[in-house]
Unconditional design. Structure first.
Length: 138
């Protein structure tokens, strides 16, 4: 019985000696294509104001210069240019959408005001990715 106990202890100890450390790389965000995107922009507020965005932040449509995009990584900084009047605003992607065919971005009310979008509701825009930063998980 003693031999069996000794043998089991020896096997356990020897198996611990062969442990190999494996380095795991942190996942990288998807690369952003540098080409400009064009399409229609809209804005959103109620009933989403005060709710959590897809990134986990609380949506503040009236103070934040934020936007929703279907595929750009969260925290990507995008310049949105209203093609009808040339006005620009830089927004940070913190949500997913828009889910209406033909629209490429949904802006917060504050961002929409900056480019003269609120009255029209929908305008043609050009998007330019300025920078991309990885967002920590909520």
């Amino acid at each position: 019985m003693r031999r069996l106990s000794f043998l089991i202890c020896a096997v356990v100890l020897l198996s611990a000696c062969g442990h190999k450390t494996v380095q795991v790389k942190a996942p990288q965000p998807a690369p952003v294509v540098s080409k400009d995107l064009e399409g229609l922009a809209s804005y959103y507020a109620e009933p989403y104001h005060g709710r959590r965005t897809a990134s986990g932040e609380i949506f503040d449509s009236y103070r934040g210069l934020t936007a929703a995009h279907r595929t750009l990584p969260f925290n990507t900084l995008v310049r949105v240019t209203n093609k009808t009047n040339g006005r620009e605003v830089d927004v940070r992607i913190n949500d997913r959408g828009p889910w209406v065919e033909g629209r490429v971005i949904d802006l917060s009310v504050r961002a929409a005001r900056e480019i003269g979008l609120v009255r029209a509701g929908v305008v043609p825009v050009k998007l330019k990715v300025l920078s991309q930063q990885a967002l920590k998980a909520p």
